[in-house]
Design a protein around this ligand. Structure first.
Ligand code: F6P
Length: 512
């Protein structure tokens, strides 16, 4: 049943009206156990949900909504390999990439064997590159899921990075990016990884061709040693002359692909054992998502909270505040994960939806954000739920820095909630501003894997309740088609049939 037609939706609408004066400060006074009751442990992640605009009744009703919209059956269909990506007729099995070898029976056992038969040579190759002193620079050329996942993981796990290798990421078709990277490189010391699920993405193909041309112009001869393709389309890579390839399958969505061959830069950075730990951490979260009762299931609780905020309290964005500088690309990664997955205006059958779906995600690492846009979070006119992410143990010995960092993250959540009364107005903080606090003990490959899988599954939960297909992305196609058309007109200057604004801009940017 569509979510807005369920009895739970109606009950939640009434509940939102009844609790419209909800105040976090009073909620803590009224319920001495609130902090512990609204906390949740999951593999590698502790979550304090208590500073959110919910009470026990809200949670009961949200779980009822999950039941009435068939969340459990939908989740189970994903883990059974059913083609839940209905508009592309594909299964959704990124979780299979982190499933231990030989742990499944039946139809999925063959796919799992394929996964491990592919993972082993990929990890062996990663070890080979790690041991190859001649290769000092690895350049990943990819965009979207073929860039954001590996990039944020390599940065996030920089403390586990092999010394003596530099990893570069080139995504933009803007030649400034590629030329800046190439200018510091030597062909004989460089490995290029061409990462593209489809091997048709114009930005990546353009960058790959330019990298190949640069390599040859620098006197590079052995393409098979200096180029590898990470793709589901091995034949297209071969046509470009790239014969070292690591494959994956159409049932891995681009934004869910860091666990596949697309993760090769991560495996080179942290090694085969580190990559296995990453997979193991994510698998632990998969098991939690599959087996914990909804009431104690962290991805379910977070995904339902997202629905509550978006549809019943009309909070249309979420700010991500990782208080760890290595997690600085996490907000960009989560933007794609949430907004490309759930930025949909129709249900799975293509019918227009009368309610909001994906929130806008944005953020920067703390404490930097505090000195930039946190003003708006504290005193702006919109309420923006914040998701703080902190790590208890640092890997440096500047203890006073880490104490200050952790003090700040707790203080920000506190300040948002408590506010401050002031008659004069300008110094008045309304408070009662919601936040979630995710805490990792340490930032390791395993905890990082769990954190990312948690985010994948919470996006699944809200997308499932909304009744949308979270695994396609038709919305990016139109821009690609029009760019091709405009590109063709650049040389000739032909503006026939263009709208007046685009025609004038085209004339303006043409050389000469
Ligand atoms: O344009 C959107 C998109 O298809 C993303 O979904 C994807 O992550 C990205 O482009 C890159 O695609 P590919 O890996 O096929 O080059």
């Amino acid at each position: 049943m569509r979510c807005d037609q369920t009895p739970a939706w109606k009950a939640l609408t009434d509940h939102a009206t009844q609790t419209s004066g909800f105040d976090l400060r009073q909620a803590f006074v009224a319920d001495a156990d609130r902090a512990s009751r609204l906390s949740q442990t999951a593999p590698h992640v502790f979550a304090d949900l208590s500073k959110n605009h919910t009470n026990a009744a809200t949670e009961v009703l949200l779980i009822e909504l999950a039941r009435q919209t068939g969340l459990a059956a939908h989740r189970d269909a994903m883990f059974l390999g059913e083609p839940i990506n209905n508009t592309e007729g594909r299964a959704v099995m990124h979780w299979l990439l982190r499933q231990p070898e030989g742990s499944l029976e039946g139809d999925l056992a063959a796919s799992l064997k394929l996964v491990h038969d592919t993972l082993k040579p990929m990890l062996a190759y990663a070890e080979q590159i790690r041991a190859d002193a001649q290769i000092t620079d690895v350049v990943n050329i990819g965009i979207g899921g073929s860039d954001l996942g590996p990039q944020m993981a390599v940065l996030g796990l920089q403390d586990f990075m092999i010394p003596g290798k530099r990893l570069h990421f080139v995504s933009n078709v803007d030649g400034h990016e590629l030329s800046a990277v190439l200018s510091g490189l030597k062909a004989e010391n460089t490995l290029f990884l061409i990462a593209s699920k489809t091997f048709t993405t114009i930005e990546t193909m353009t960058n790959a061709r330019s990298a190949l041309a640069w390599f040859k112009a620098q006197g590079g001869g052995d393409v098979s040693r200096h180029f590898a393709a990470l793709t589901t389309n091995v034949s297209a890579a071969a046509q470009m002359g790239i014969t070292t390839t690591f494959g994956f399958w159409d049932w891995v969505g681009g934004r869910y692909s860091v666990w596949s061959a697309i993760g090769l830069p991560v495996a080179i950075a942290i090694g085969a054992l580190g990559f296995k730990d990453l997979l193991a951490g994510a698998h632990a979260m998969d098991q939690h998502f599959q087996s914990a009762p909804f009431e104690a299931n962290l991805p379910v609780r977070l995904g339902l909270l997202d629905v509550w905020y978006r549809n019943f309290l009309q909070y249309s964005s979420r700010s991500i505040a990782p208080y760890h500088s290595a997690l600085r690309r996490l907000p960009a990664y989560l933007q794609q994960l949430e907004m490309e997955s759930n930025g949909k205006r129709v249900d799975r059958n293509g019918r227009a939806l009368p309610y909001g779906t994906s929130p806008v995600l944005w953020g920067e690492p703390g404490t930097n954000g505090q000195h930039a846009y946190f003003q708006m979070l504290h005193q702006g006119t919109d309420v923006v739920p914040v998701e703080f992410i902190a790590v208890k143990k640092p890997t440096h010995n500047l203890d006073d820095h880490h104490e200050l960092l952790l003090a700040n993250v707790i203080a920000q959540a506190q300040a948002l909630m408590l506010g401050q009364a002031d008659e004069g107005g300008h110094k008045h903080f309304p408070g009662n501003r919601p936040s979630t606090f995710l805490l990792l003990d340490e930032l390791t490959p395993a905890s990082f894997g769990a954190l990312v899988a948690l985010q994948e599954h919470r996006v699944f939960v809200s997308g499932s309740v909304w009744g949308i297909n979270s695994f396609d992305q038709w919305g990016v196609e139109l821009g690609k088609v029009l760019a091709k058309d405009i590109h063709a007109r650049m040389a000739s200057g032909d503006t026939v049939g263009l709208d007046a604004s685009s025609a004038a801009l085209l004339q303006r940017v043409r050389p000469g």
